[in-house]
Design a protein. Sequence first.
Length: 445
Amino acid sequence: MKKFIETLKNIWNIEDLRNRLITTLLFVLIYRFGSFVVLPGVDANALSALKGQTSGGIMALLDMFSGGAFQNASIFALGIMPYISASIVIQLLTIAVPKFQKLQREGESGRTKMNQYTRYLTVFILALQGPSYLANLKVQVAHAGSALPSGVWFILSSTLILMAGSMFVMWLGERITEKGIGNGISFIIMIGIISRLPGALIQEFTSRMVDSGGGLVMFLLEIIILLVVIGFAILLVQGTRKVPVQYAKRIVGNKQYGGVRQYIPLKVNAAGVMPIIFAQAIMFIPIAIAGYSSSEATHTFWSQFTRYDSFWYNFIFAILIIAFTYFYTAVTINPTQMAEDMKRNNGFIPGVKPGKRTANFLDTIMSRITLPGSFFLALIAILPAFASILGINQQFAQFFGGTSLLILVGVILDTLQQIESHLLMRHYDGLLKSGRRIKGRSSAY
Protein backbone atom coordinates (compact mmCIF):
# COMPACT_ATOMS: atom_id res chain seq x y z
CA MET A 1 0.00 0.00 0.00
CA LYS A 2 2.86 2.35 0.83
CA LYS A 3 4.47 1.63 -2.54
CA PHE A 4 1.16 2.33 -4.31
CA ILE A 5 0.71 5.70 -2.56
CA GLU A 6 4.32 6.63 -3.32
CA THR A 7 3.79 5.78 -7.00
CA LEU A 8 0.67 7.98 -7.14
CA LYS A 9 2.67 10.86 -5.63
CA ASN A 10 5.42 10.37 -8.22
CA ILE A 11 2.85 10.41 -11.04
CA TRP A 12 1.33 13.63 -9.67
CA ASN A 13 4.77 15.26 -9.35
CA ILE A 14 5.47 14.84 -13.08
CA GLU A 15 3.70 17.83 -14.63
CA ASP A 16 3.50 16.48 -18.18
CA LEU A 17 2.13 13.12 -17.04
CA ARG A 18 -0.31 14.80 -14.63
CA ASN A 19 -1.66 17.05 -17.42
CA ARG A 20 -2.01 14.10 -19.78
CA LEU A 21 -3.96 12.07 -17.22
CA ILE A 22 -6.29 15.00 -16.42
CA THR A 23 -6.84 15.65 -20.14
CA THR A 24 -7.66 11.98 -20.72
CA LEU A 25 -10.13 12.02 -17.82
CA LEU A 26 -11.88 15.13 -19.19
CA PHE A 27 -12.22 13.62 -22.67
CA VAL A 28 -13.59 10.41 -21.16
CA LEU A 29 -16.16 12.38 -19.16
CA ILE A 30 -17.28 14.17 -22.35
CA TYR A 31 -17.63 10.81 -24.11
CA ARG A 32 -19.63 9.28 -21.24
CA PHE A 33 -21.88 12.34 -21.04
CA GLY A 34 -22.61 12.17 -24.78
CA SER A 35 -23.57 8.49 -24.44
CA PHE A 36 -26.71 9.57 -22.54
CA VAL A 37 -27.79 12.42 -24.86
CA VAL A 38 -30.83 10.98 -26.69
CA LEU A 39 -31.51 11.76 -30.35
CA PRO A 40 -33.98 14.66 -30.84
CA GLY A 41 -37.55 13.42 -31.29
CA VAL A 42 -36.97 10.07 -29.55
CA ASP A 43 -38.89 9.32 -26.36
CA ALA A 44 -36.34 8.12 -23.81
CA ASN A 45 -39.09 6.32 -21.86
CA ALA A 46 -39.90 4.15 -24.90
CA LEU A 47 -36.47 2.52 -25.17
CA SER A 48 -37.25 -0.49 -22.98
CA ALA A 49 -37.58 -2.81 -26.02
CA LEU A 50 -34.27 -1.56 -27.43
CA LYS A 51 -32.58 -2.21 -24.07
CA GLY A 52 -34.08 -5.69 -24.06
CA GLN A 53 -32.73 -6.30 -27.57
CA THR A 54 -29.21 -5.35 -26.45
CA SER A 55 -29.31 -7.51 -23.33
CA GLY A 56 -27.97 -10.56 -25.19
CA GLY A 57 -26.37 -11.75 -28.40
CA ILE A 58 -24.03 -9.76 -30.58
CA MET A 59 -26.21 -6.68 -30.08
CA ALA A 60 -25.05 -6.67 -26.45
CA LEU A 61 -21.45 -6.64 -27.64
CA LEU A 62 -22.19 -3.80 -30.07
CA ASP A 63 -23.80 -1.85 -27.22
CA MET A 64 -20.77 -2.59 -25.03
CA PHE A 65 -18.42 -1.13 -27.64
CA SER A 66 -20.51 2.04 -27.73
CA GLY A 67 -20.51 2.30 -23.93
CA GLY A 68 -24.30 1.90 -23.72
CA ALA A 69 -24.94 4.64 -26.30
CA PHE A 70 -26.59 2.13 -28.66
CA GLN A 71 -29.36 1.16 -26.23
CA ASN A 72 -29.81 4.79 -25.14
CA ALA A 73 -30.48 5.91 -28.76
CA SER A 74 -27.72 8.42 -28.12
CA ILE A 75 -26.02 10.79 -30.55
CA PHE A 76 -22.98 8.48 -30.10
CA ALA A 77 -25.01 5.33 -30.84
CA LEU A 78 -22.93 4.21 -33.85
CA GLY A 79 -19.74 4.49 -31.79
CA ILE A 80 -16.22 4.08 -33.12
CA MET A 81 -16.68 0.81 -35.04
CA PRO A 82 -17.39 2.47 -38.46
CA TYR A 83 -13.98 4.16 -38.24
CA ILE A 84 -12.34 0.83 -37.41
CA SER A 85 -14.14 -0.83 -40.34
CA ALA A 86 -12.86 1.90 -42.65
CA SER A 87 -9.32 1.42 -41.28
CA ILE A 88 -9.53 -2.29 -42.10
CA VAL A 89 -10.50 -1.58 -45.71
CA ILE A 90 -7.71 0.98 -46.17
CA GLN A 91 -5.09 -1.37 -44.69
CA LEU A 92 -6.25 -4.16 -46.99
CA LEU A 93 -5.94 -1.77 -49.94
CA THR A 94 -2.28 -1.12 -49.02
CA ILE A 95 -1.61 -4.74 -49.95
CA ALA A 96 -3.74 -5.00 -53.10
CA VAL A 97 -3.60 -1.50 -54.69
CA PRO A 98 -0.24 -0.06 -55.92
CA LYS A 99 -1.38 3.54 -55.28
CA PHE A 100 -1.90 2.85 -51.58
CA GLN A 101 1.39 0.92 -51.40
CA LYS A 102 3.13 4.01 -52.76
CA LEU A 103 1.39 6.23 -50.19
CA GLN A 104 2.53 3.91 -47.40
CA ARG A 105 6.16 4.32 -48.49
CA GLU A 106 5.93 8.13 -48.59
CA GLY A 107 6.21 8.49 -44.83
CA GLU A 108 4.28 11.17 -42.95
CA SER A 109 2.69 12.77 -46.04
CA GLY A 110 1.50 9.37 -47.24
CA ARG A 111 0.01 8.53 -43.83
CA THR A 112 -1.82 11.87 -43.78
CA LYS A 113 -3.34 11.13 -47.17
CA MET A 114 -4.39 7.62 -46.08
CA ASN A 115 -5.96 9.08 -42.92
CA GLN A 116 -8.03 11.37 -45.15
CA TYR A 117 -9.23 8.40 -47.22
CA THR A 118 -10.08 6.57 -43.99
CA ARG A 119 -12.22 9.49 -42.85
CA TYR A 120 -14.03 9.70 -46.20
CA LEU A 121 -14.77 5.98 -46.07
CA THR A 122 -15.93 6.31 -42.44
CA VAL A 123 -18.47 8.96 -43.50
CA PHE A 124 -19.71 6.65 -46.28
CA ILE A 125 -20.14 3.72 -43.86
CA LEU A 126 -21.94 5.97 -41.38
CA ALA A 127 -24.30 7.13 -44.13
CA LEU A 128 -25.29 3.47 -44.61
CA GLN A 129 -25.45 2.49 -40.96
CA GLY A 130 -27.42 5.54 -39.80
CA PRO A 131 -30.70 4.68 -41.62
CA SER A 132 -30.24 1.02 -40.63
CA TYR A 133 -30.02 1.98 -36.96
CA LEU A 134 -33.06 4.22 -37.25
CA ALA A 135 -35.07 1.45 -38.96
CA ASN A 136 -34.30 -0.91 -36.08
CA LEU A 137 -35.03 1.86 -33.56
CA LYS A 138 -38.44 2.47 -35.15
CA VAL A 139 -39.39 -1.20 -34.70
CA GLN A 140 -38.18 -1.34 -31.08
CA VAL A 141 -39.95 1.90 -30.12
CA ALA A 142 -43.16 0.57 -31.68
CA HIS A 143 -42.94 -2.51 -29.43
CA ALA A 144 -43.00 -0.14 -26.44
CA GLY A 145 -46.21 1.51 -27.71
CA SER A 146 -44.55 4.68 -28.97
CA ALA A 147 -43.44 5.96 -32.36
CA LEU A 148 -40.68 7.98 -33.98
CA PRO A 149 -41.44 11.22 -35.82
CA SER A 150 -42.47 10.46 -39.42
CA GLY A 151 -41.09 12.01 -42.56
CA VAL A 152 -37.87 12.20 -44.51
CA TRP A 153 -36.59 15.16 -42.49
CA PHE A 154 -36.35 13.12 -39.27
CA ILE A 155 -34.42 10.32 -41.04
CA LEU A 156 -32.09 12.80 -42.72
CA SER A 157 -31.46 14.97 -39.64
CA SER A 158 -31.03 11.97 -37.30
CA THR A 159 -28.62 10.30 -39.71
CA LEU A 160 -26.54 13.49 -39.88
CA ILE A 161 -26.54 13.72 -36.06
CA LEU A 162 -25.43 10.08 -35.75
CA MET A 163 -22.69 10.66 -38.32
CA ALA A 164 -21.51 13.82 -36.54
CA GLY A 165 -21.58 12.02 -33.18
CA SER A 166 -19.46 9.15 -34.45
CA MET A 167 -16.94 11.49 -36.09
CA PHE A 168 -16.77 13.47 -32.82
CA VAL A 169 -15.96 10.25 -30.93
CA MET A 170 -13.21 9.58 -33.47
CA TRP A 171 -11.89 13.11 -32.90
CA LEU A 172 -11.92 12.54 -29.13
CA GLY A 173 -9.88 9.36 -29.63
CA GLU A 174 -7.29 11.21 -31.69
CA ARG A 175 -7.04 13.98 -29.09
CA ILE A 176 -6.51 11.40 -26.33
CA THR A 177 -3.66 9.88 -28.38
CA GLU A 178 -2.13 13.32 -28.97
CA LYS A 179 -2.67 15.10 -25.66
CA GLY A 180 -3.62 12.29 -23.25
CA ILE A 181 -2.26 8.88 -22.35
CA GLY A 182 -2.56 5.65 -24.34
CA ASN A 183 -4.09 4.93 -27.75
CA GLY A 184 -7.24 7.05 -27.88
CA ILE A 185 -9.42 4.86 -30.11
CA SER A 186 -8.63 1.72 -28.10
CA PHE A 187 -9.05 3.68 -24.87
CA ILE A 188 -12.58 4.76 -25.82
CA ILE A 189 -13.53 1.16 -26.59
CA MET A 190 -12.05 0.09 -23.24
CA ILE A 191 -14.10 2.72 -21.37
CA GLY A 192 -17.26 1.39 -23.00
CA ILE A 193 -16.38 -2.15 -21.90
CA ILE A 194 -15.53 -1.14 -18.32
CA SER A 195 -18.81 0.77 -18.01
CA ARG A 196 -20.69 -2.53 -18.48
CA LEU A 197 -18.62 -4.60 -16.04
CA PRO A 198 -20.21 -3.53 -12.70
CA GLY A 199 -23.75 -4.15 -13.98
CA ALA A 200 -22.80 -7.54 -15.42
CA LEU A 201 -21.09 -8.53 -12.16
CA ILE A 202 -24.14 -7.56 -10.09
CA GLN A 203 -26.49 -9.43 -12.45
CA GLU A 204 -24.42 -12.60 -12.25
CA PHE A 205 -24.20 -12.39 -8.45
CA THR A 206 -27.97 -11.90 -8.19
CA SER A 207 -28.59 -14.74 -10.62
CA ARG A 208 -26.42 -17.17 -8.64
CA MET A 209 -27.89 -16.20 -5.31
CA VAL A 210 -31.55 -16.17 -6.40
CA ASP A 211 -32.37 -17.60 -9.84
CA SER A 212 -30.02 -20.21 -11.31
CA GLY A 213 -28.63 -21.48 -8.01
CA GLY A 214 -25.10 -22.44 -7.07
CA GLY A 215 -24.89 -19.71 -4.48
CA LEU A 216 -21.79 -17.84 -3.40
CA VAL A 217 -19.49 -20.83 -4.00
CA MET A 218 -20.36 -20.98 -7.71
CA PHE A 219 -19.99 -17.21 -8.05
CA LEU A 220 -16.53 -17.29 -6.43
CA LEU A 221 -15.54 -20.20 -8.69
CA GLU A 222 -16.55 -18.13 -11.73
CA ILE A 223 -14.41 -15.23 -10.49
CA ILE A 224 -11.41 -17.56 -10.07
CA ILE A 225 -11.87 -18.93 -13.60
CA LEU A 226 -12.15 -15.37 -14.89
CA LEU A 227 -8.86 -14.43 -13.20
CA VAL A 228 -7.17 -17.48 -14.76
CA VAL A 229 -8.43 -16.47 -18.22
CA ILE A 230 -7.17 -12.93 -17.62
CA GLY A 231 -3.75 -14.39 -16.74
CA PHE A 232 -3.64 -16.32 -20.01
CA ALA A 233 -4.72 -13.19 -21.90
CA ILE A 234 -1.86 -11.21 -20.35
CA LEU A 235 0.62 -13.93 -21.34
CA LEU A 236 -0.78 -13.88 -24.87
CA VAL A 237 -0.43 -10.11 -25.16
CA GLN A 238 3.08 -10.01 -23.63
CA GLY A 239 4.57 -13.32 -24.77
CA THR A 240 7.84 -13.21 -26.72
CA ARG A 241 10.21 -15.74 -28.16
CA LYS A 242 13.86 -14.72 -28.17
CA VAL A 243 15.79 -15.50 -31.35
CA PRO A 244 19.56 -15.29 -30.72
CA VAL A 245 21.69 -13.01 -32.86
CA GLN A 246 25.49 -13.02 -32.56
CA TYR A 247 26.90 -9.54 -33.04
CA ALA A 248 30.49 -9.63 -34.39
CA LYS A 249 32.85 -6.82 -33.43
CA ARG A 250 35.93 -5.56 -35.21
CA ILE A 251 39.04 -7.76 -35.13
CA VAL A 252 42.28 -5.87 -34.60
CA GLY A 253 45.29 -8.09 -35.20
CA ASN A 254 44.70 -11.35 -33.36
CA LYS A 255 42.55 -9.75 -30.66
CA GLN A 256 38.75 -9.93 -30.90
CA TYR A 257 36.59 -7.34 -29.15
CA GLY A 258 33.03 -8.17 -28.29
CA GLY A 259 31.37 -11.39 -29.31
CA VAL A 260 28.36 -10.59 -27.10
CA ARG A 261 25.29 -12.75 -27.69
CA GLN A 262 22.09 -10.73 -27.99
CA TYR A 263 18.47 -11.52 -28.94
CA ILE A 264 15.69 -10.44 -31.27
CA PRO A 265 12.44 -10.57 -29.28
CA LEU A 266 9.75 -11.93 -31.62
CA LYS A 267 6.29 -11.97 -30.06
CA VAL A 268 4.01 -14.99 -30.20
CA ASN A 269 1.22 -12.50 -30.79
CA ALA A 270 2.88 -9.55 -32.53
CA ALA A 271 -0.48 -8.23 -33.74
CA GLY A 272 -1.83 -7.63 -30.22
CA VAL A 273 -5.60 -7.21 -30.04
CA MET A 274 -5.97 -5.67 -33.51
CA PRO A 275 -7.03 -8.97 -35.19
CA ILE A 276 -9.85 -9.27 -32.63
CA ILE A 277 -11.02 -5.70 -33.26
CA PHE A 278 -10.84 -6.14 -37.04
CA ALA A 279 -12.67 -9.48 -36.99
CA GLN A 280 -15.34 -8.12 -34.66
CA ALA A 281 -15.92 -5.13 -36.96
CA ILE A 282 -16.55 -7.57 -39.83
CA MET A 283 -18.94 -9.62 -37.68
CA PHE A 284 -21.06 -6.51 -37.05
CA ILE A 285 -21.92 -6.28 -40.77
CA PRO A 286 -24.85 -8.77 -40.60
CA ILE A 287 -26.64 -6.45 -38.15
CA ALA A 288 -26.58 -3.64 -40.72
CA ILE A 289 -27.76 -5.97 -43.52
CA ALA A 290 -30.61 -7.35 -41.41
CA GLY A 291 -31.64 -3.80 -40.54
CA TYR A 292 -32.19 -2.92 -44.22
CA SER A 293 -34.17 -6.05 -45.07
CA SER A 294 -37.75 -6.79 -44.04
CA SER A 295 -37.71 -10.33 -45.43
CA GLU A 296 -38.34 -13.04 -42.85
CA ALA A 297 -35.99 -15.43 -44.71
CA THR A 298 -33.20 -12.87 -44.64
CA HIS A 299 -33.63 -12.31 -40.92
CA THR A 300 -33.60 -16.07 -40.31
CA PHE A 301 -30.39 -16.49 -42.33
CA TRP A 302 -28.56 -13.59 -40.69
CA SER A 303 -29.80 -14.49 -37.22
CA GLN A 304 -27.10 -17.19 -37.09
CA PHE A 305 -24.51 -14.42 -37.28
CA THR A 306 -26.17 -12.15 -34.73
CA ARG A 307 -25.96 -14.66 -31.86
CA TYR A 308 -22.49 -14.98 -30.39
CA ASP A 309 -23.30 -18.45 -29.03
CA SER A 310 -24.16 -19.93 -32.45
CA PHE A 311 -21.75 -22.33 -34.17
CA TRP A 312 -21.40 -20.43 -37.45
CA TYR A 313 -20.79 -17.10 -35.75
CA ASN A 314 -17.93 -18.51 -33.67
CA PHE A 315 -16.49 -20.53 -36.57
CA ILE A 316 -16.35 -17.53 -38.93
CA PHE A 317 -15.14 -15.29 -36.09
CA ALA A 318 -12.25 -17.67 -35.30
CA ILE A 319 -11.24 -17.96 -38.97
CA LEU A 320 -11.22 -14.17 -39.35
CA ILE A 321 -9.07 -13.77 -36.23
CA ILE A 322 -6.50 -16.28 -37.51
CA ALA A 323 -6.43 -14.58 -40.94
CA PHE A 324 -6.14 -11.06 -39.49
CA THR A 325 -3.41 -12.19 -37.08
CA TYR A 326 -1.24 -13.25 -40.03
CA PHE A 327 -2.21 -10.12 -41.98
CA TYR A 328 -1.44 -7.69 -39.16
CA THR A 329 1.80 -9.50 -38.27
CA ALA A 330 2.91 -9.16 -41.90
CA VAL A 331 2.10 -5.44 -41.79
CA THR A 332 3.81 -4.89 -38.42
CA ILE A 333 6.97 -6.99 -38.84
CA ASN A 334 9.14 -6.82 -41.96
CA PRO A 335 11.76 -9.66 -41.92
CA THR A 336 13.59 -8.15 -44.92
CA GLN A 337 14.02 -4.82 -43.14
CA MET A 338 15.16 -6.61 -39.96
CA ALA A 339 17.73 -8.60 -41.95
CA GLU A 340 19.05 -5.43 -43.60
CA ASP A 341 19.33 -3.64 -40.25
CA MET A 342 21.26 -6.59 -38.79
CA LYS A 343 23.61 -6.68 -41.77
CA ARG A 344 24.18 -2.93 -41.55
CA ASN A 345 25.15 -3.30 -37.87
CA ASN A 346 27.49 -6.25 -38.58
CA GLY A 347 25.11 -8.66 -36.92
CA PHE A 348 24.18 -12.17 -38.00
CA ILE A 349 22.35 -15.27 -36.83
CA PRO A 350 24.76 -18.17 -36.16
CA GLY A 351 24.54 -20.71 -38.99
CA VAL A 352 22.50 -18.41 -41.26
CA LYS A 353 24.01 -16.23 -43.98
CA PRO A 354 23.23 -12.51 -43.80
CA GLY A 355 20.80 -10.99 -46.28
CA LYS A 356 18.02 -12.94 -47.97
CA ARG A 357 18.57 -16.17 -46.02
CA THR A 358 18.34 -14.30 -42.73
CA ALA A 359 15.08 -12.69 -43.88
CA ASN A 360 13.71 -16.13 -44.85
CA PHE A 361 14.81 -17.57 -41.49
CA LEU A 362 13.07 -14.77 -39.55
CA ASP A 363 9.96 -15.14 -41.72
CA THR A 364 9.86 -18.89 -41.01
CA ILE A 365 10.25 -18.32 -37.27
CA MET A 366 7.46 -15.73 -37.30
CA SER A 367 5.14 -18.07 -39.23
CA ARG A 368 5.77 -20.90 -36.77
CA ILE A 369 5.17 -18.86 -33.63
CA THR A 370 2.26 -16.88 -35.12
CA LEU A 371 0.25 -20.04 -35.89
CA PRO A 372 -0.20 -21.23 -32.27
CA GLY A 373 -0.57 -17.59 -31.18
CA SER A 374 -3.43 -17.04 -33.65
CA PHE A 375 -5.18 -20.26 -32.59
CA PHE A 376 -4.88 -19.33 -28.91
CA LEU A 377 -6.18 -15.83 -29.68
CA ALA A 378 -9.17 -17.33 -31.52
CA LEU A 379 -9.82 -19.76 -28.64
CA ILE A 380 -9.92 -16.97 -26.05
CA ALA A 381 -12.15 -14.94 -28.39
CA ILE A 382 -14.86 -17.63 -28.52
CA LEU A 383 -14.73 -18.55 -24.79
CA PRO A 384 -17.83 -16.41 -24.01
CA ALA A 385 -19.93 -18.82 -26.09
CA PHE A 386 -18.85 -21.73 -23.87
CA ALA A 387 -19.42 -19.64 -20.74
CA SER A 388 -22.95 -18.84 -21.92
CA ILE A 389 -23.67 -22.51 -22.67
CA LEU A 390 -22.57 -23.39 -19.11
CA GLY A 391 -25.28 -21.09 -17.72
CA ILE A 392 -23.35 -17.88 -17.03
CA ASN A 393 -25.29 -14.66 -17.54
CA GLN A 394 -24.79 -13.44 -21.13
CA GLN A 395 -23.48 -10.01 -20.17
CA PHE A 396 -21.01 -11.44 -17.65
CA ALA A 397 -20.03 -14.22 -20.09
CA GLN A 398 -18.61 -11.56 -22.42
CA PHE A 399 -15.78 -11.01 -19.93
CA PHE A 400 -14.70 -14.69 -19.98
CA GLY A 401 -12.37 -14.05 -22.87
CA GLY A 402 -13.66 -12.68 -26.13
CA THR A 403 -13.15 -9.28 -27.68
CA SER A 404 -13.95 -7.40 -24.49
CA LEU A 405 -11.37 -9.10 -22.26
CA LEU A 406 -8.50 -8.99 -24.76
CA ILE A 407 -9.11 -5.32 -25.55
CA LEU A 408 -9.33 -4.58 -21.84
CA VAL A 409 -6.03 -6.36 -21.08
CA GLY A 410 -4.19 -4.96 -24.10
CA VAL A 411 -5.22 -1.34 -23.58
CA ILE A 412 -4.58 -1.39 -19.81
CA LEU A 413 -1.08 -2.84 -20.33
CA ASP A 414 -0.31 -0.24 -23.02
CA THR A 415 -1.51 2.61 -20.81
CA LEU A 416 0.45 1.37 -17.79
CA GLN A 417 3.52 0.96 -19.98
CA GLN A 418 3.31 4.62 -21.09
CA ILE A 419 2.88 5.78 -17.49
CA GLU A 420 5.88 3.68 -16.45
CA SER A 421 7.98 5.16 -19.27
CA HIS A 422 7.23 8.67 -17.96
CA LEU A 423 8.25 7.60 -14.44
CA LEU A 424 11.51 5.95 -15.54
CA MET A 425 12.40 8.91 -17.77
CA ARG A 426 12.28 11.15 -14.67
CA HIS A 427 14.34 8.61 -12.68
CA TYR A 428 11.42 7.42 -10.56
CA ASP A 429 10.76 3.78 -9.74
CA GLY A 430 8.55 1.85 -12.14
CA LEU A 431 5.10 0.47 -11.36
CA LEU A 432 6.37 -3.00 -10.43
CA LYS A 433 8.18 -3.51 -7.13
CA SER A 434 10.38 -6.24 -8.62
CA GLY A 435 11.95 -3.78 -11.03
CA ARG A 436 10.64 -5.59 -14.10
CA ARG A 437 9.14 -3.39 -16.77
CA ILE A 438 5.52 -3.74 -17.87
CA LYS A 439 5.29 -5.11 -21.40
CA GLY A 440 2.39 -3.81 -23.46
CA ARG A 441 1.15 -5.32 -26.68
CA SER A 442 3.32 -2.91 -28.66
CA SER A 443 6.36 -3.32 -26.50
CA ALA A 444 9.39 -4.93 -28.04
CA TYR A 445 10.66 -6.29 -24.74
